[in-house]
Design a protein. Structure first.
Length: 158
């Protein structure tokens, strides 16, 4: 802060001091700088630390939320892929009963592999509750595949 009340030296005092103006002109003095109070420095330091802490907290929170969104999106996509593959399995199962052929059986086997792959992807990206659901569905899938193989053999026998 500038001290507007800085004392001015009179011409006679200036002559006695080291500050003798040139050519006897009366020069204005520059205002003196005052140093801020220690509490103001402490307050400014506190504000800077709080702002830095808030910025760090915001960055960490955003990073955590972005990671959660990435994980949740991957899990959702894997469940969607599994649902699509199950639909393919069911459609190919009906087709095989109506028109049995090795090509349809091969397509059904590929769809079954897609279901298992999608549920395995769920297990990699999901939280414990979703992992448990994927494990349960994988168990049902194994039972379904055993039953489908029996049905395919029965259809082949006529």
């Amino acid at each position: 802060m500038w001290d507007r009340e800085a004392p001015r030296l009179r011409t006679s005092e200036r002559a006695n001091s080291a500050e003798v103006p040139s050519a006897g002109k009366d020069l204005p003095m520059l205002p003196r700088l005052r140093f801020p109070a220690p509490w103001a420095v402490a307050g400014l330091a506190t504000v800077l630390v709080v702002l830095a802490g808030f910025a760090l907290w915001g960055a960490l929170t955003t990073n955590r939320d972005a990671t959660d969104v990435t994980r949740t999106t991957a899990t959702s996509k894997a469940f969607t892929d599994a649902r699509y593959a199950v639909g393919q399995e069911e459609s190919l199962e009906r087709n095989y009963r109506l028109q049995p052929s090795p090509q349809i059986a091969a397509l059904h086997a590929a769809a079954a592999r897609d279901v298992v792959a999608a549920l395995t992807a769920v297990r990699r990206s999901a939280d414990p509750q979703e992992r448990a659901a994927a494990d349960q569905i994988l168990g049902l899938q194994n039972g379904y595949l055993a039953a489908i193989h029996r049905m395919f053999r029965a259809v082949d026998r006529g």
